[in-house]
Design a protein around this ligand. Sequence first.
Ligand code: DOR
Ligand code: ZN
Length: 350
Amino acid sequence: MLKLPGLIDPHVHVREPGQTHKEDWDTVTQAALAGGVTTILAMPNTIPPIFDHSTLELTLDAARQKARCDYGQYLGAGPSNADIAASLAPKTAGLKMYLDSTFGELRLDDMTLWTPHFQKFPKSMPMVMHSESRTMAAAILFSAIYDRPVHIAHVSLKEEILLIKAAKEKGIKVTCEVCPHHLFLTKDLTGFTPGRTEVRPRLATQEDVDSLWANLDVIDCFATDHAPHTLEEKDGENPPPGFPGLETMLPLLLTAIDLRRLTFDDLIQKCVINPGKIFDLPEQPETWVEVDENAVYEIKAAHQFTRCGWTPFEGWKVKGKVTKVVLRGETAFEDGKVLAEAGSGRNVRG
Ligand code: DOR
Ligand code: ZN
């Protein structure tokens, strides 16, 4: 039996308010616990989006009643909410800026709309960028100009990881995360309907994947970008982009450790220590995850707690199973069952 600290996932789409047929605060935190994750940070691209006081309270009310693990909620950067965002900052996980198009309505096209957020959002609070390729280069330039840290979400390309490496070498305050699906899958993924391969950023080439593995030291965090959509939606017309990931990240990483592609130290750094620092998260005393290192089994959507009903890793053979999770002294998950009560999760900014 292996004992790990509770994992932190800084990139989760909860879907509540507005799309609870995909997921809600209850099911997403059950999925988190089953995956050894004891803290999630929730993205703001809900319906309505979380961008002011009342929408923030709307989602935090639901979280207070339903969450079974600890959580924080990002605010979305809109075209005209820089003052409000700055004043709400202490109650949020941080500010999320959508600089490229994706699922939801929070895109900031025009760079003049970025500036007030860079000027006003407190430098001590995280700013997370959905920014791909050249947009990412622009976000890093903004970080340098306004001398404030930025965190780049879901890095997937060789050109991105190399530019982040160079920016770090120059002393620019940039950190980044990589998702398991960009480490373990390529754009040649087969055996699925086209809709089930849709994700933003898109799956990339083998060369891109290899460059992420070759630059593990540049990667600050692993994050799932857990983005549940139902099978009906994924297999229908206009499939929305996004993969679930909370229940598969740890088994995939443990399997990579078994194959000597990764070390335990990498896992702890990128899933606990670095996200804890970057997002300024409180300690969780008496919190740990027990793993049966030798359990070999197949990933099956049928065994997952997420409401979305599928996984791009269906049938993958993995080694390493979460057997128990203890959160703040209480057994939260054991032998495949979630024991933590709805509402027992705490807001990390509480
Ligand atoms: O694939 C994605 N799905 N990428 C995103 O940035 C958003 C997410 C979603 O919310 O479904
Ligand atoms: Zn996302």
